[in-house]
Design a protein around this ligand. Structure first.
Ligand SMILES: Cc1cc2nc3c(=O)[nH]c(=O)nc-3n(C[C@H](O)[C@H](O)[C@H](O)COP(=O)(O)OP(=O)(O)OC[C@H]3O[C@@H](n4cnc5c(N)ncnc54)[C@H](O)[C@@H]3O)c2cc1C
Length: 480
């Protein structure tokens, strides 16, 4: 892309020399996200205030430079990757909690705050911010809002969008707009907040976020259950809910994932026979939690669980959770060359069918697939374990992914439950959405970002030619 010395000087004047990074080492650090793709930006800009973001965008807009908003770079679909060079706009210096309002149960934060830091602060006040992606120790609230992150407590509490009341947004031309209201109810005009939540950095840059809080539940109870037959585990999930118990968490691991965790932690938890594992957690007041857990244990045994452990205290709870938390590093240990992690979501009752289809797909393409994740939400993560440096293996992995997407749609599901589309899934969008709907979304994007400088190449524009042509067209217009 290349940014002129004059323009870089303007950026340095806005945010200060120290916050415009252009060394090769810095650019490499900001060239990737959790997908392992790497595209070098020309520069990285680290603003501190809304005003600075706005001024940076004015200059970028005037010069037609692509801008990629970035939180912690933990995205799993390439959202923050600077596909066509330009500017990575790093929000991590904007990490203040502006306010926690304990009377109205709301909070206002800057986008760069790490999710777990915010959760801890809120919990010290007896309040609760439920959205809880497994990346909460490093991902940012801004990144969570842009992806509409889900996580481990969605079954009972919903996803990030259910907690966003209002947004301050810097548009591509530098204008600052405020959306929504810091009230529990607001139906004034279109629901613009919902449009921006999950927009993956393609419509505007969030600089302040108003969030809804709820009271912290009094008590938690956690159990794990092991099954010889994965179908029985999957049925258990629907049975629990059919019995009117809604756990806050219902996590699943298949046989391959359990084996990886055992190897990684050097423990034997399954007696070598588990085809599936569930971790189930309920919360609420003392009496209801005990009653719910009793029902859950009964349903697990009725469905053939051969081992059920209920945590008696916090220490035992941590031990049970440590198995689930080990999944990601355990899968990398077994597949150091890489894994393609897809987060398809099907109606909960179709999980057994989905697991059967994945088994068939794994055999058809001779690639190992490890499945785990948020069974209660129907959002199982399918991890195709392939070595990215072996083209033939990668090709088989990608063919398997395409079949997984086809099966998902056939079962009434969706391509992404929580990781978004980014650039990695953009070419599959048409499997789920009609051309007319995609075109309408493109028009919305055009309205907010007429020069297409915000996160180009994401969601709709998988074709490099299309994006390069659009940037070329813009350059020509600027020179006319
Ligand atoms: C080990 C691991 C576990 C994970 N577990 C989960 C999980 O359980 N649930 C889940 O939903 N996800 C999960 N993720 C995925 C990832 O953490 C989430 O998508 C998260 O929301 C990304 O946040 P981030 O701060 O890293 O954003 P980034 O990766 O930096 O950016 C993500 C997207 O947000 C945009 N963006 C960032 N900040 C802003 C802003 N201020 N304004 C506008 N756009 C912005 C970017 O342009 C990009 O499109 C996991 C990832 C890893 C590596």
């Amino acid at each position: 892309m290349g940014i002129s010395v004059d323009v870089v000087k303007q950026f340095k004047k806005i945010v200060g020399d120290a916050h415009v990074l252009d060394s090769k080492a810095d650019r490499i650090c900001y060239s990737y996200d959790a997908t392992k793709q790497s595209f070098l930006p020309d520069i990285v800009i680290r603003p501190l205030t809304t005003e600075e973001v706005s001024q940076v965008m004015r200059v970028a807009y005037g010069s037609g430079i692509p801008v990629y908003p970035r939180g912690a770079g933990s995205g799993l679909t390439g959202g923050a990757v600077p596909l066509y060079g330009g500017i990575v706009l790093d929000t991590v210096r904007m990490n203040r909690i502006i306010e926690i309002d304990t009377d109205n149960l709301t909070a206002t934060v800057e986008p760069g705050i790490v999710v777990s830091e915010f959760q801890k602060k809120v919990e010290e006040l007896g309040l609760f911010y439920p959205p809880d992606p497994a990346s909460n120790e490093f991902s940012t609230i801004g990144g969570n809002v842009a992806e509409c992150a889900g996580g481990l407590r969605c079954l009972k509490y919903g996803v990030t969008r259910d907690y966003v009341l209002g947004l301050e947004v810097v548009l591509s031309n530098g204008d600052v707009i405020r959306l929504g209201a810091k009230t529990l109810k607001s139906v004034t005009g279109y629901d613009m907040v919902r449009l921006f939540v999950g927009s993956e950095g393609t419509l505007g840059i969030f600089t302040r976020i108003d969030l809804r809080l709820i009271p912290l539940p009094e008590k938690l109870k956690t159990c794990t259950a092991f099954f010889d037959d994965a179908m029985n585990a999957a049925r258990t999930v629907t049975d629990i809910i059919r019995n009117r118990v809604v756990p806050r968490t219902c996590e699943f691991m298949d046989r391959r994932t359990i084996e990886c965790v055992e190897r990684y932690k050097n423990v034997t938890i399954s007696e070598g026979r588990a085809a599936a594992f569930l971790l189930i957690e309920v919360d609420g007041i003392d009496a209801s939690v005990e009653a719910d857990m009793q029902k859950i244990v009964g349903i697990c045994s009725k469905n053939g669980a051969y081992k059920i452990q209920v945590a008696r205290d916090d220490q035992e709870r941590e031990l049970l959770w440590s198995l689930r938390k080990a999944v990601s590093p355990a899968l990398y240990q077994i597949s150091p060359g890489g894994k393609i992690n897809e987060d398809v979501c099907v109606p909960r009752s179709r999980i057994p069918d989905m697991l059967c289809r994945v088994e068939e797909i794994s055999k058809k393409h001779t690639v190992p697939i490890a499945s785990f994740g948020h069974a209660g939400d129907g959002n199982i993560h399918m991890n195709v374990l392939v070595d990215f440096d072996k083209p033939e293996e990668l090709e088989r992995g990608e063919a398997a992914i395409e079949d997984i997407f086809k099966a998902t749609i056939e079962l009434g599901g969706t391509l992404s439950g929580e990781h978004g589309i980014g650039n990695t899934k953009a070419k599959f969008l048409r499997m789920e959405q009609e051309e007319e709907v995609i075109e309408l979304q493109r028009e919305i994007k055009e309205l907010f970002d007429p020069k297409r400088i915000l996160n180009p190449g994401k969601i709709f524009d998988p074709s490099k030619q299309r994006v390069l042509a659009s940037l070329k067209e813009l350059k020509e217009k600027l020179h006319q």
